[in-house]
Ligand binder design. Structure first.
Ligand code: ZN
Length: 148
């Protein structure tokens, strides 16, 4: 797999020094995601305060693309509202599958490095896994709220 040099460095940096790595003891939302095509696993833990994502923890194993994406995603959504995080998930998916752009989204700058992965269609799922896991955790939290 060959990616443009700068992009590759950003991805490798997140893979080797993942941000917000680890479980959250006081998480009130969580989800587990699996990409059987590549054997990737991602766990997302969220500490939500009202509509705000106060903290996020990510664990998992698998290819560098999936794990680096989890790290980048955690940085982007931390401190943002649930609605903003969902919007970022949409924007990222649009970039990977519909030619959308993240140009006006400063908090998602590192994620632009994953554009090069589009040349390898089978790996696109690796970049979407952390986001679908995040969305699932948010859905579970919303469902819990309805029954509270
Ligand atoms: Zn993968």
């Amino acid at each position: 797999m060959s990616l443009d040099g700068l992009y590759r460095e950003i991805i490798l940096d997140h893979y080797q020094n993942p941000r917000n790595r680890g479980e959250l003891g006081d998480a009130n939302a969580a989800s587990h995601g699996l990409n059987p095509l590549c054997g990737d696993e991602v766990n997302v833990f969220l500490k939500l305060e009202g509509d705000q994502i106060d903290a996020i923890g990510v664990t998992g194993r698998g290819c560098s693309i999936s794990q680096a994406t989890g790290s980048m995603m955690s940085e982007s959504i931390k401190g943002h509202s649930v609605a903003e995080a969902r919007e970022m998930a949409q924007a990222f998916k649009s970039m990977m599958t519909e030619g959308g752009s993240l140009e006006d989204r400063d908090e998602m700058a590192d994620l632009e490095a994953l554009q090069g992965v589009k040349q390898f269609p089978v790996r696109i799922k690796c970049t979407l896994l952390p986001w679908t896991t995040l969305t699932d955790a948010l859905d579970r939290y919303a469902a819990d709220g309805e029954s509270r």
